[in-house]
Design a protein around this ligand. Structure first.
Ligand code: SAM
Length: 267
């Protein structure tokens, strides 16, 4: 099948791709949107190929673009040549990237995780800010964490804002979603140590007896850890607050915790 060309801003495919900015449409289709060739390169390396690859008519030739178009076609996806105005419309940006891609969402099952395969795992309770979630997924990827587990009422990891903040790590880190009840039941079977990060933690985050695998459990931006999750963790650790700020940003605190665990276990 030859590539399609779309020039009309009211084309149904253009509307459907733009609609992926909305949660309802992502839930209905199981798809999500990413912008830029770098994301597509990460995705292809990790076995995701676009269902739709929109390429600006003025996109400069690039070997990665050639590869992306070939792999999209080979995997049964659609390559569509579009105008700058269409890219701006689907990206909701005046200066869009030359490539916009639509992928299938993937979630892993809690029960399918293999704790022995990574030293550090991350669980987030009710994380609300997509920028925080994207930054945490990126940090979990950088540090070699096994998965990011989204517990309870979390923001969508496949929203455009969260995906952007992952800088491509959304394809690299397994993501799990579950209810608090399912998480607490699964935590009973966790073979390593579970560590809740909390302002009233009894142990300094650098002095905790981390063991592989360590599960780091982080609380919601406003409420902190729920009493149930805090009680279910073997250890409660705190990062010292030496100035006037009463807490750290969730993504910053998670980054500090992840590297404290992975550096300790590596040394
Ligand atoms: C912005 S804080 C939540 C603050 C909230 N008012 C509370 O009472 O916990 C979000 C999450 O980041 C982690 N966090 C932030 N600062 C921390 C610190 N100094 N020590 C340990 N964890 C911290 C905790 O997991 C917390 O639930």
């Amino acid at each position: 099948m030859s590539d399609r060309i779309i020039e009309s801003l009211t084309n149904p495919t253009v509307k459907a791709v733009r609609a992926l900015h909305m949660k309802k449409s992502r839930e209905e289709t199981g798809r999500f949107l990413s912008e830029g060739l770098k994301f597509v390169g990460e995705a292809l390396d990790l076995g995701f190929s676009p269902r739709i690859l929109m390429v600006g008519r003025d996109a400069r030739p690039h070997p990665l673009l050639e590869r992306a178009m070939a792999e999209t076609r080979n995997a049964g996806g659609e390559v569509i040549r579009v105008t700058h105005d269409i890219l701006a419309k689907v990206s909701r940006k005046e200066n869009p990237q030359a490539v916009v891609a639509v992928f299938e969402q993937r979630f892993a099952d809690l029960e399918a995780l293999k704790p022995e395969t990574a030293p550090c795992w991350v669980a987030l309770e009710d994380v609300r800010d997509p920028g925080n979630l994207g930054a945490i997924i990126r940090t979990a990827d950088a540090a070699g964490c096994g998965a990011v587990i989204l517990v309870g009422d979390c923001t969508d990891p496949f929203s455009v804002e969260a995906v952007r903040a992952t800088m491509g790590s959304v394809f690299a880190v397994p993501l799990v979603r579950c209810t608090r009840e399912a998480f607490l039941a699964w935590l009973q079977t966790w073979p390593g140590i579970s560590v809740g990060a909390r302002l009233d933690g009894a142990v300094h985050y650098r002095q905790a007896a981390y063991q592989a695998p360590t599960l780091v459990v982080m609380g919601n931006e406003a409420q902190g850890l729920s009493p149930e999750a805090a009680a279910a963790c073997e250890l409660g650790v705190k990062i010292p607050m030496r100035g006037r700020a009463d807490s750290l940003n969730l993504a910053v605190a998670t980054g500090i915790m992840i590297y404290a665990v992975t550096d300790t276990l590596e040394s």
